[in-house]
Each structure stands twice: as C-alpha cells, then as structure tokens.
Design a protein around this ligand. Structure first.
Ligand code: UD1
Ligand code: MG
Length: 393
C-alpha cells in the first residue's frame, strides 16, 4: 500500500512531465506523418465541408497512430519506474500495454482495410484477452443494498440466490452483500472493452468530437484517481497506477485534438477511437472502478441505446450517419435515411442535439456536445461521491 503521499506526488509529477513530453512529440510528429498517410491513400473526405472551398480535399486519416505510438513509448519508459516502486503492478502494466498495443494495431488495420461491422465487434474482445488472462484482482462485486434481500434473507439463500449459485458459478458471502462472479466477471470486463471502444467510435463524425470526448473522460478518470489517492490510502495503489497511465494519455490526446479541431487538418480514425477506448477500459478494469467509468460514459451510453434500432438493423443503417452540412446556411442539420417510402432522421445523439437545439455550425455543435460530456462526467463524479453510498456500504 502506498502511504507516503509525498513520494506519490513526486512520481505523479514525473508522469505529468512525461505527458508533457509526449504532447510535444505528438504535436511535432503529426504534421510530418500526415503526408505519408495521404501518399499511401490512407485519407478521407471531410463530409462536413460539402459546398465549401475545403470540399473534396484529401484529409489524412488514422492519425491516432501517432499519439498511440508515443503513448506506448512513454509507458515503456514507465516500466523502469514501476519495476522499482510497484513490482507487483508490473504484470498489470505489461498486460495493459499488450492489450492497448493490440487494439492500436487492430484499429489501424480497420482504417486501412475497413473491416465489416462484425469484425469490429470481435476485435476489442480479442484484444482484451492479455489483460483478462493476467487479471489477478477480485472477481467479486458488492451487491447494491436494495437487492441484497433478493439473494439472502435471514442468513439463508433465497430461491433466486440458490438458482444463481447453482446454475451460474457464483458464490456469495454470509450477508449476500458480496457476490463472486468468477468467470462471468472476466466476461463482463471483456464486454466493457467492447463497449468503450465501439461507443466512442459511433459517437463521431464531426471535427474534434472523438478526441474531445476521450480527453474529457480521461480528465474525469484522473480527477477520480487523485481524489482517491488523496482521501483513501487503502486502495490507492490501483489509482496511482491508473493516474500514471492517464497522464501520458491526456498529453498525447491533447496534441491530436489541436490538429483535429475544426477545421480538421487530420482525422483520428478508428485507430484513435479503439486506442482511447481500450486505454480507458484498461484503467477501469485494473483500477477496479468500472462502474464509475461507466458513469463517465453516459453520453456514449445514450448514443448507443438510441442507435440500437439502426445498429441491430431493425431499420436501415447507412455507412455514415453524421449530420448533413447545409452550404447555404453554413450550418449542420440532422441527416436523414430512406427506408422504402419513409424518411427518418438517423438515430444518433449528434442528430438529436441538432433536432432539439436547431441547426448549428460544426465547431459550435462539437462544443455543445463536449459541454454535455463535461456535465455528464461532473454528474458521474457527484453521483460516485454523494449518492453511491446509499446503495453500497
Ligand atoms: C462511425 C459511425 C458513422 C459515422 C462515422 C464518422 C455508426 C454506426 N457509425 O462509422 O455513422 O458517420 O463513424 O466518423 O454510427 N468524417 C468526417 N468528419 C469527421 C470525422 C469523420 O467527415 O470529423 C468522415 C470522413 O470521411 C472519414 C470517415 O468519416 O474518412 C471516417 O469514418 P469511419 O471511422 O471509417 O466510420 P465508422 O467508424 O465505420
Ligand atoms: Mg470511426
């Protein structure tokens, strides 16, 4: 356990410095790598610039490979620091590195080869295997207080409790307050990785949104870690670990955001979405705060649930659902899809925002969505520290 706050503070400062170096390197590298991408045809058209002078230009794609690589190099340097201060965490860090690296690679192949949808779903579950195989932490969850009586009454398992214990390989403690989910906990963590990566990827399509949301979620995770380190030394080793991963992540992401902000010089590609999603999932899993992490993903959850009819092909889902740019007004409008004779607005949170707030220009739309992201993350933190104790003790 980490007790010495001064030592931890020094280490975090060191990692913040590493993040700053990562930021500077990424910032310098992106303009260099851009040219290579366009030359090899790894580029796309900015669909939000139709009818403007920027229409038809090849915007380099998959630039997430730069922050991703710089981030990995930063973490490899961290190994030295971890080996001396946190030898037990070395396995966690190595498996985290392998998972993130695999996801970065798979994301890049997706940008170059454009995998079908079912492949996109499979990739994160495969990439999370290194992390899950090495996972040595607890596989138990604390049952929310209102649900405890469903599992156990007067020290005896209820029918539901017995059913769960026999059919599923779970076991509970005497009060029914803790349930060991065993292999199902691993499945849950695999699904978390699938969710985090894909949810960021489908909440996308306007300049700056993919990196912007990841950056804000990353800041919230870091804030959560710092609060935990400050207030509770008991579980803080996990949070120091998470903060050390987040600092370089935030550094390199901010550099990418500068180049991807409206009007975008580069696209981040699925490379970045997968890399960022996996990094956040990894810290949530090995830091044991996956529920808090999901609170930070509220916009992505809303977008995912709202998208379900299109994702599951109940109604038509075109390749692109991003809002339509109206060159006359210079504003973004909700995009529509035709099914038979009926026309409907694509079911995304971005289009919904435009329906509620009216047409907006791209930069403003991104800002509004990022403000919403910030509000949701603040709510998440508030909920975690003020409301959660009503459900958990
Ligand atoms: C996901 C979304 C899709 C959205 C796309 C945009 C689902 C199921 N899929 O698909 O609706 O249109 O992301 O990222 O919701 N682009 C822009 N401006 C941007 C960012 C991207 O015009 O700011 C365009 C470019 O042409 C770029 C392309 O989107 O080349 C990248 O799309 P890609 O990441 O391949 O789409 P998906 O992730 O499959
Ligand atoms: Mg994408």
């Amino acid at each position: 356990h980490v007790h010495d706050h001064n030592l931890v503070g020094m280490q975090l400062l060191l990692f913040a410095a590493l993040g700053a170096v990562g930021h500077a390197v990424t910032n310098r590298l992106i303009p260099n790598i851009r040219g290579y991408m366009v030359r090899r045809g790894v580029s796309g058209k900015d669909l939000g610039k139709k009818g403007t002078a920027l229409e038809g230009a090849d915007v380099p794609e998959a630039l997430g490979i730069v922050p991703g690589t710089v981030f990995l190099v930063c973490l490899i340097f961290c190994l030295v620091g971890f080996a001396t201060s946190y030898p037990k965490k070395l396995l966690d860090l190595n498996s985290a590195l392998l998972s993130i690296c695999l996801m970065l690679f798979l994301g890049f192949t997706d940008d170059v080869l454009e995998w079908p949808w079912r492949y996109k779903l499979m990739m994160p579950s495969v990439a999370s295997l290194p992390l899950l195989c090495c996972y040595e932490g607890s596989k138990s969850v604390v049952v929310p207080i209102p649900f405890r009586s469903l599992l156990m009454t007067d020290g005896e398992l209820t029918t539901l409790g017995r059913l769960l214990c026999h059919l599923v390989v779970v076991d509970t403690n005497a009060e029914g307050s803790i349930v060991n989910l065993g292999v199902f906990y691993l499945a849950y963590m695999g699904l978390l990785a699938v969710f985090c990566t894909n949810a960021i990827n489908i909440f996308a399509g306007i300049n700056g949104l993919e990196v912007g949301q990841s950056y804000i979620i990353g800041c919230s995770v870091l804030l959560h870690n710092l609060i935990e380190i400050r207030c509770r030394s008991l579980s803080s080793e996990n949070h120091v670990f998470s903060a050390m991963i987040m600092l370089p992540f935030l550094g390199v992401s901010l550099a990418l955001l500068r180049h991807n902000w409206y009007p975008a010089q580069v696209f981040v590609g699925d490379t970045y979405c997968y890399f960022a999603g996996m990094t956040l999932a990894v810290v949530g899993i090995s830091g044991h705060f996956s529920k808090t992490l999901l609170l930070f993903f509220i916009p992505q959850l809303i977008n995912f649930v709202y998208s379900m009819p299109q994702l599951f092909k109940l109604v038509h889902c075109p390749k692109h659902r991003l809002p339509r740019f109206n060159a006359q007004t210079g504003k973004m409008e909700p995009s529509r899809t035709k099914q038979g004779t009926r026309q409907f607005v694509n079911m995304t949170l971005i289009n919904l925002t435009l329906q509620v707030c009216g047409p907006m220009d791209e930069e403003r739309l991104c800002t509004v969505l990022l403000v919403f992201q910030t509000l949701c993350c603040s709510f998440g933190l508030y909920f975690r520290y003020n409301v959660a104790q009503l459900f958990f003790d």
